[in-house]
Ligand binder design. Structure first.
Ligand SMILES: CC(C)(COP(=O)(O)OP(=O)(O)OC[C@H]1O[C@@H](n2cnc3c(N)ncnc32)[C@H](O)[C@@H]1OP(=O)(O)O)[C@@H](O)C(=O)NCCC(=O)NCCS
Length: 229
């Protein structure tokens, strides 16, 4: 092979290489763009909107409450009682809470882009249950009466975001301390501990014909919770 043929072959080869590299570069850009697009779709479809509840959220809230009770309290509360819980039975009670809320009471909901309610928090500037056995409970002004997130959506910081809204609500209303009650056997009580809740004491309550212990956690200064976010 003459030197000239070698040079021609080399030039042809490098031209092919350039073409292949050029194609690969565009293929990579193409794949990365598709990946970014899918990621945006995924993030958007997973994003959660937080807002104050209204009467249209009734069914969603009741569903979250009942479904979460069943998944959380299985093995803790009597199975018979859990089975007896139905959406229909609870709707009237929650309709009242939404249509005629007690003074200082508010409900926040977390919903998906498909408008599915996946969590909620009910709070009051006063007390959810006026009679509490724990004397120091009086020291704590606002109360987180209930907070529930559907099992499939737990551990995604939805609970934390709901608490953030609750704190803002308290601050706007000049309430700077908070208390909450949770069943002693409920593993979710770690949530309150993670947020810096101080164990205050316990009391006995009756659910479904059985006695249970519930424990209270308190925050003397709700600003302190914000440090845990
Ligand atoms: C408690 C609850 C509202 C928390 O909401 P969430 O969105 O799941 O919680 P977050 O993702 O914001 O969790 C914040 C931290 O709390 C702790 N935590 C939350 N749920 C917990 C659980 N079941 N067990 C142990 N730790 C828990 C974790 O430390 C978590 O931080 P990490 O994920 O970085 O470890 C939710 O798990 C729930 O609805 N549980 C069942 C119902 C219930 O028990 N409600 C409270 C009684 S009224």
């Amino acid at each position: 092979m003459t030197i000239l043929t070698k040079i021609i072959f080399h030039l042809k080869d490098s031209k092919n290489n350039i073409n292949i590299m050029f194609d690969l570069k565009f293929f990579r850009i193409y794949i990365v763009s598709i990946f970014k697009f899918l990621l945006i779709i995924l993030i958007l479809s997973m994003s959660i909107n937080f807002r104050i509840a209204n009467i249209l959220d009734l069914k969603g809230i009741v569903k979250v409450k009942i479904d979460t009770w069943k998944t959380t309290y299985r093995g803790i509360i009597s199975e018979e009682y859990l089975q007896s819980l139905s959406y229909e039975n609870k709707e009237e009670n929650w309709r009242q809470k939404l249509e005629n809320p007690a003074h200082g009471t508010i409900i926040y909901v977390a919903e998906t882009v498909q408008r599915e309610i996946v969590g909620f928090a009910l709070v009051t500037l006063e007390k959810c249950n006026p009679i509490v056995a724990l004397l120091q409970a009086e020291k704590y002004k606002g109360e987180l009466c209930a907070i529930y997130v559907l099992e499939d959506f737990q551990h995604k910081k939805i609970g934390t975001e709901l608490v953030r809204l609750v704190i803002n609500y308290f601050k706007v209303n000049k309430v700077n301390s908070m208390i909450t009650w949770v069943l002693k056997e409920n593993p979710s009580r770690r949530f309150y501990e993670k947020l810096g809740g101080k164990f205050l004491g316990e009391q006995s309550i009756e659910i479904g014909g059985m006695r249970h212990i519930e424990v209270a956690y308190g925050w003397e200064n709700i600003e302190y919770i914000l440090l845990h976010f």
